[in-house]
Design a protein around this ligand. Structure first.
Ligand code: GTP
Ligand code: MG
Length: 462
């Protein structure tokens, strides 16, 4: 099994050349095609020593790049003494093999790079399982291809990563071991997933759950820490967070939601990773309200916001309300950009997780959604229901009180969910002169109330 471990394709501290092939219709950073790839490479610990770009109508079959460009790449690798080439595009195992033959050093693609970052970041048992599964599925065919031909060109002499490698017979053994290992890992993960699904459903029934989602580096963990007791790891690097955290978020008057922070999204996230990280995403993505955090100071914020929205649609998280949080407004180069954002997303809330600006408003909006629409109603509460009276005094806005012999009529502004909580404790209320249940349906239309979001069966995931 040792050949399959990730160490052999770690990119830490490797001198690396980045390659980007611009294909028609593919999204590209308008000012700086290498920015995201460079950030990813540096997050993985690579030292970027060169960059190479080509525009093509379509990838050239065997080598992805055109012939002249492959030679240019070979020369650049020599000149910069690079030991690694990282492609922004996804390559097939055969393309990697051909390129390595010509260029003479290790080649990886964007998906492998992201896998490598995840592998280094994973700390929890579940995250490690998830990463290992994705690696075995994605990397194994590539490692194999690499060993095959490097074995041929160097005549079996070890010359670096991937070449300490085994012969054909060993590969066959490894292939079977890998299959066994995958089966075992999937079984373990599936147990964890089943448990988490139950936990998520239970949590959604007992609490109002709010999930932070967003592109990597948008500021989710920083927000999380500001809004709750904290404890999330926030960092300038990409994919600082790989596992979910959940904490109470006090929204005032004894009302609290459960807020969760999770792994960030990225454009073209390798689908093996999405699949194996689904249980981690699940905890956040099946929340009853999603906060889509956007880094407004990033030039590509709009693309990032679209990526997140699309990913949520793809994984089936479409039932709950979404609120866009425009974060990092303190770092906007041109303050007027905020107006453009607000124009495009009229319901969004501008915040700065670092200065705290906008967080009160965010809390208020979430509170409104949580309580299921605030209405002004008159509640008649028997005076013996002292707990219900106390709860109303604390959680609702009481506008007026009129005492009768054994009851009090309270004019209040209150949310549907808060009334439900009081009723759930068995209090006998009447609302606007009618039995509570009868009035509820009339005053709060069905659509107002965020229902507990159920987690769909796993096969809805990609
Ligand atoms: N200027 C500014 N920086 C911020 C703000 N919010 C977060 N940051 C910084 O942005 C970087 C990323 O923040 P994180 O909270 O780790 O981002 P994340 O969304 O959790 O990222 P991942 O876990 O990688 O998905 C850190 O360096 C933060 O200090 C903000 O409102 N203003
Ligand atoms: Mg984070």
């Amino acid at each position: 099994m040792s050949q399959m471990t990730r160490e052999q394709v770690q990119v830490a501290a490797e001198r690396s050349v980045l390659v980007h092939v611009q294909l028609p219709g593919a999204w590209v950073d308008p000012t700086e095609p290498f920015r995201e790839l460079r950030a990813l490479a540096e997050t993985a610990g690579a030292i970027v020593v060169g960059e190479l770009e080509q525009k093509r109508k379509k990838p050239k079959g065997r080598t992805y790049l055109g012939r002249g460009k492959v030679e240019e790449l070979g020369a650049l690798v020599k000149l910069t003494e690079a030991t690694l080439v990282i492609f922004d595009n996804d390559l097939s195992p055969a393309q990697i093999r051909s390129l390595e033959e010509v260029v003479g050093c290790k080649i990886i693609d964007r998906s492998e790079l992201i896998l490598d970052i995840f592998a280094n970041r994973a700390t929890t048992h579940a995250a490690k399982l998830q990463v290992e599964i994705a690696q075995l599925e994605y990397t194994y065919p590539r490692l194999r291809a690499m060993w095959d031909h490097l074995g041929q060109i160097v005549g079996g002499a070890p010359v670096g990563i991937g070449t300490r490698g085994p012969g054909e017979q060993q590969l066959e053994i490894d292939r079977r071991l890998a299959q066994n290992r995958l089966r075992q890992l999937r079984r373990e993960l599936s147990d964890i997933q089943a448990r988490r699904t139950r936990e998520v459903e239970q949590r959604n029934l007992e609490h109002f759950t709010v999930g932070l989602v967003g592109y990597t580096n948008a500021g989710k963990s920083t927000l999380f820490n500001r809004l709750t007791a904290g404890g999330a790891f926030a960092h300038r690097k990409l994919f600082a967070t790989l596992s979910t955290r959940i904490e109470r978020w006090e929204l005032g008057g004894g009302n609290a939601a459960l807020l969760s922070d999770t792994v960030g999204f990225i454009r073209n996230l390798p689908h093996h990773l999405v699949a194996s990280f689904r249980s981690t995403l699940e905890e956040t993505v099946w929340a009853q309200l999603l906060l889509i955090v956007v880094d407004a100071a990033d030039q590509n914020a709009e693309m990032q916001c679209e990526t997140v929205t699309r990913t949520l649609d793809e994984i089936g998280a479409t039932t709950q309300p979404r609120l866009v949080v425009i974060n990092k407004i303190d770092a906007l180069e041109r303050p007027e950009d905020l107006l453009i954002w607000l124009n495009r997303h009229p319901d969004s809330i501008p915040t700065s997780a670092t200065s705290g600006d906008g967080l009160d408003e965010l809390g208020e909006r979430v509170f409104e959604i949580m309580v299921g629409g605030i209405r002004e109603v008159t509640l008649r509460v028997p005076l013996r229901e002292s707990r219900a009276v106390a709860m109303l005094e604390q959680r609702a806005t009481v506008l007026d009180r009129t005492y009768g012999g054994d009851h009090v009529d309270m004019r209040v502004r209150i949310g549907r969910r808060q009334i439900d909580q009081i009723l759930a404790r068995g209090a006998a209320l009447s609302i606007d002169g009618r039995p509570a249940q009868e009035s509820l349906a009339r005053i709060w239309n069905e659509g107002d109330e965020p229902s507990p979001t159920r987690v769909p069966p796993h096969d809805r995931w990609p």
